[in-house]
Design a binder for this molecule. Structure first.
Ligand code: NAD
Length: 267
């Protein structure tokens, strides 16, 4: 069976990687791509990824793309992801969401769509980071709150949300390990007279600069020792590869909201 995969936001950094991955993956065919109104709409998709014209035109109609796809991959912006979630809900097409920085209403739209379409949502599609989530949960469960948990991330200068969705995912894994709601213990920034650190806090620190694809470290420190777990991405290909893997995995799945742990068979 050949799986037709569409890519919304196809001219973006990740959109282009997703197209390359679809074209390179056996058993997949590129159903098409959409972009926000502007320069790219109406032109051929091939040159976006450095090849000659492939006879597939960039569109701007999500419903048309979802209707002609077996799965659609989304690395865009929250407002667009909400529209794409409605298209998934209307058509029942499998949907892979990688966009981060989503607000509560965007998340509600995805959860509503998952009543009618199978969806994989992940802040990070790499195998390494998903293993890091699992390890973080395990370590946090073993160490008492005497160990301070801090999460440090660095990304390229173009990134628009902070902390990264992956850093929040690590925080969520640590909070689950400690059996506390992340919202009750998260400390997203520190500035000025902050006073001493509160026991049990999960801290976040964000760095932005240059072309860094994505570095994440979680630290567990007490007075006597510090354990650090680090992941560094050196190619966006790992995210695109994971997204295509998720799109294939969704074929034949029931409507519902799944994560990369389901796709990869982790815990
Ligand atoms: P980018 O700015 O390069 O690309 C976003 C694209 O979406 C742009 O081309 C933009 O024109 C397009 N877009 C905006 N509105 C649209 C609309 N209505 N319809 C169609 N396209 C639209 O950004 P990027 O670096 O590719 O990252 C995109 C998102 O993916 C970010 O939220 C980022 O954090 C996330 N991301 C997730 C992972 C992961 O593994 N989950 C990995 C990398 C990036």
């Amino acid at each position: 069976m050949t799986v037709a995969i569409g890519v919304v936001g196809c001219a973006g950094r990740m959109g282009r990687m997703a197209i390359q991955e679809v074209l390179a993956t056996e058993g997949c065919v590129l159903a098409g791509g959409t972009e926000a109104p502007g320069d790219h709409v109406g032109s051929d998709l091939g040159p976006l990824v450095g090849v000659d014209a492939i006879g597939v035109t960039i569109g701007d109609d999500p419903i048309a793309l979802f209707s002609s796809s077996d799965a659609v991959i989304d690395f865009t912006v929250p407002a667009a992801t909400r529209i794409h979630a409605s298209a998934a809900e209307e058509t029942g097409t499998a949907f892979v969401v990688g966009t981060t920085g989503l607000g509560p209403e965007d998340q509600t739209a995805i959860e509503s769509a998952a009543q009618n379409a199978p969806i994989v949502q992940a802040p990070n599609f790499s195998i390494g980071v998903n293993l890091l989530f699992a390890l973080t949960k395990k370590v946090a469960a073993k160490l008492n709150p005497d160990y301070d948990i801090e999460i440090l991330e660095m990304h390229h200068r173009h990134k628009v949300d902070a902390p990264s969705g992956t850093a929040l995912g690590i925080g969520q894994a640590a909070a689950v390990g400690r059996a506390v709601p992340l919202d009750d213990v998260a400390r997203y920034a520190r500035e000025g007279q902050t006073g001493p650190r509160t026991t049990g806090e999960i801290g976040f620190a964000t760095l932005r600069g240059g072309g860094v694809i994505g570095d994440h470290t979680v630290m567990f420190s007490n007075e006597a020792e510090r354990l650090e777990l680090t992941h560094k991405a050196s190619s966006r290909g790992i995210f695109a590869g994971g997204a295509v893997r998720a799109a294939l995995w969704l074929q034949g799945k029931k409507p519902g909201l799944y994560g990369m742990a389901d796709v990869l068979g982790l815990d």
